[in-house]
Design a binder for this molecule. Structure first.
Ligand SMILES: C[S@@+](CC[C@H](N)C(=O)[O-])C[C@H]1O[C@@H](n2cnc3c(N)ncnc32)[C@H](O)[C@@H]1O
Length: 242
C-alpha cells in the first residue's frame, strides 16, 4: 500500500477535493481535502503534496466533520460547487475544509460571534478565495440576511441549547428547498436548555429538527469528541430560492 492511497471505498461523496488515505504506521483512515488556500496550513494539520496539489488532513480530534467521516458518516449533504452557510466558524478549522470541498466555484459564508476567533478566521479568509467571514450572532439571522445569498447547505456547530430552532430559522431564511443540513450536537450544552421530559435532550433536538428536515442517522463522535454527535438531513420546507 502506498502511503497515500486514493480510495473512496464504499463512500459516496462526489467531491473531487476529498480523498481517503490509510496512513502508516497504524494504517488508520484519514480524510484529506485538496487545499484551496495559497498558504494552506490553518491549525497545524498534516499536509501532503500529490497530483500537483497540497492536501490537508482533517484532524478528527479538532474537527467534528473529520470525526464524523471517520465514524462512518456516509452522506455529506453539501454539494460540490455549492454555497454553504456555516454557523460557529471559530478560527476556521472545519470551515476551511468545507471551503476546500465546495471548491473555487462554491462559497462558504461563515458566521462567528466572538471577536477573538474571528480575527483568525479573517486570516483564513484572506487565503481562501471562497470563504466569507461574518462577525454576527446566529440568534439574529436577519442582521446578515442581505449579505448571504440563498444557500445549498447549512452547517451548525455553535454548542448552544437552541441549535435546532436556530437551524430551522436559518433554513427558512437562507436554505433552498431540499438543501442539506449538517449539525454538530453537544449533549451537555443541550441539557442546560431542557431535557427534563421523557425524551433525552438529543432526542428532543432530533424531534424538533424532524418537523422541517428529513434526517439521516446520527453519528456519535466518540472517542474524538465526548458527548457529541452529528446529524445530517435535507430541508422539506419551501426555502429561499436563487
Ligand atoms: C465548537 S466551536 C466551533 C468549532 C468550529 N465549527 C470548527 O470545527 O472549527 C463553537 C463556536 O460557536 C461560536 N458561537 C456560539 N454561539 C454563537 C452564536 N449565537 N452565533 C455565532 N457563533 C456562535 C463560538 O464563539 C465558538 O467559536
Amino acid at each position: 500500500m502506498t502511503p497515500f492511497e486514493r480510495s473512496r471505498g464504499s463512500w459516496t461523496f462526489p467531491f473531487p477535493g476529498l480523498s481517503l488515505a490509510r496512513s502508516p504506521p497504524d494504517d488508520r483512515p484519514t480524510f484529506w481535502t485538496r487545499a484551496l488556500g495559497e498558504t494552506p496550513e490553518v491549525y497545524g494539520e498534516r499536509l501532503r503534496e500529490q497530483d500537483d496539489a497540497t492536501w490537508r488532513a482533517i484532524d478528527p480530534t479538532r474537527s467534528k466533520l473529520g470525526a464524523a467521516l471517520c465514524k462512518g458518516l456516509r452522506e455529506l449533504p453539501v454539494p460540490p460547487r455549492g454555497r454553504v452557510l456555516y454557523l460557529g466558524g471559530a478560527t476556521g478549522t472545519t470551515a476551511s475544509h468545507v471551503a476546500d470541498l465546495v471548491g473555487r466555484r462554491g462559497g462558504v459564508y461563515v458566521v462567528e460571534k466572538s471577536p477573538r476567533p474571528f480575527q483568525r478566521l479573517l486570516d483564513v479568509a484572506r487565503r481562501w478565495p471562497n470563504l466569507f467571514p461574518i462577525l454576527g450572532d446566529a440568534r439574529e439571522p436577519r442582521t446578515y440576511l442581505s449579505w448571504v445569498p440563498p444557500v445549498d447547505a447549512l452547517y451548525l456547530d455553535i454548542s448552544q441549547p437552541e441549535q435546532a430552532e436556530i437551524a430551522t430559522d436559518h433554513a427558512r431564511l437562507f436554505l433552498r428547498s431540499g438543501g442539506g443540513l449538517v449539525l454538530a450536537l453537544k449533549v451537555p450544552s443541550l441539557r442546560k436548555g431542557g431535557g427534563r421530559g421523557p425524551l433525552s435532550p438529543a432526542e428532543e433536538a432530533s424531534r424538533s429538527l424532524s418537523r422541517s428536515f428529513d434526517l439521516g442517522p446520527s453519528v456519535s463522535l466518540e472517542p474524538f469528541h465526548r458527548g457529541h454527535f452529528v446529524i445530517t438531513g435535507h430541508y422539506r420546507g419551501t426555502g429561499r430560492e436563487a
